[in-house]
Design a binder for this molecule. Structure first.
Ligand code: NDP
Length: 317
């Protein structure tokens, strides 16, 4: 058995998306010797996307994975101690705060920057569990490859759904976009891409209620015009079922100590990444129910590191 360790750091960063890595770059350059735990998905959500076209500084766009590797390198270059693993428990009662990793190590930290991001939502159907990894996915760019030449469905009407449908249309023979309303919520440019793609068929006012298939997904049970007079039930044969209906913030480890909104986003003091606990900050999507953009996450990561530095200077006066 591995020996469990107690360690101390002035600055612990939890999460390795744009917020975590940016916080690390700033904290490391300020000589805080930060320790960063990557979490379950090193690099965060951008490693599951294709091209990032809206991050300033990349006129031709940039591959999401590449961007995260670049950020990691930049954080490492200034001395961030980047570690695999997750923080699974936290005690934020008093400083130094105590955090426990998935290997049982306890880290004591003077400041904590929570940058744990958000995870994809599922509809909550039993069949999603049943067929997970056998036709159900929440990441087109991770799993789309397995559906080359096949028929798939994507659920959702936002930018993510449109982006995933467009990506899958490049691989699959047909993509159904299942939208519960009679319009798309996505930005105009994304909507246009979907509407102009001959392989994508948008099924407005449709809800998925279940999946069927012997060995993996063979189709989806659909309801059209749910709750209306002309409600209609039918089955649509598909090989893959992709969820793109938004995200849930990864705040559960900290929510006994910090205020969250109803959806679980950590509340921060307006215009800052400060939480109500001195020396504890929340940056990126875990605290951002509104914008949820990489560039905003990077910005708040920077703010959190600057605040951590100021706080440490103050308490060590
Ligand atoms: P959104 O919250 O914007 O959209 C979620 C979509 O899923 C909506 O169409 C919603 O329907 C639908 N939905 C939610 N719950 C259910 C359900 N239970 N059953 C059926 N449908 C459901 O999430 P996104 O992930 O698309 O986007 C999040 C943010 O990230 C946005 O700000 C977006 O602009 C941004 N983004 C930007 C990208 C880019 O610019 N390249 C790419 C991806 C995301 P309804 O409309 O009925 O609520």
């Amino acid at each position: 058995m591995m020996e469990q360790q107690k360690q101390y750091t002035r600055c612990l960063i939890v999460g390795s998306g744009p917020a975590g890595y940016t916080a690390a770059i700033y904290a490391a350059r300020a000589n805080l010797n930060p320790v960063l735990y990557c979490g379950l998905q090193t690099g965060g959500q951008l490693t599951q996307t294709t091209e990032v076209e809206n991050f300033p500084g990349y006129p031709e766009g940039v591959d999401g994975n590449q961007m995260m590797m670049d950020l990691r390198q930049q954080a490492e270059r200034y001395g961030t101690d980047i570690r695999d693993g997750e923080i699974v428990k936290a005690d934020l009662t008093k400083a130094p705060y105590k955090l426990v990793t998935d290997s049982g190590d306890e880290i004591q930290a003077e400041t904590v920057i929570i940058a744990t991001g958000a995870s994809a939502k599922y509809l909550g159907l039993e069949d999603e569990e049943k067929y997970k990894g056998q036709g159900v996915s929440a990441c087109a760019t991770c799993d789309g490859f397995f559906y080359r030449g096949k028929v798939v469905a994507v659920v959702g009407g936002g930018d993510t759904a449109c982006e995933e449908a467009t990506y899958l249309a490049g691989l699959c023979s047909k993509v159904y976009l299942i939208v519960r309303k009679d319009y798309l919520r996505a930005s105009d440019v994304m909507q246009q891409r979907v509407e102009e793609n001959e392989k994508i068929e948008i099924l407005y006012k449709h809800n998925a209620t279940g999946l069927y298939g012997e060995n993996g997904v063979e189709g989806v049970h659909l309801v059209k015009h749910l709750g209306e007079e002309n409600e209609e039930h039918y089955d649509l044969p598909v090989d893959g079922f992709f969820l793109a209906i938004g995200h849930t913030p990864n705040s559960s480890v900290f929510k006994d100590f910090l205020e969250t909104n109803q959806a679980g986003y950590i509340k921060t003091i307006l215009g800052t990444p400060k939480t109500k606990i001195p020396g504890v900050y929340a940056a990126g999507d875990v605290a951002d129910p509104v914008y949820r953009q990489a560039v905003v996450a990077a910005g708040t990561g920077c703010q959190a590191a600057l605040e951590a530095e100021r706080y440490l200077t103050e308490i060590n006066k």
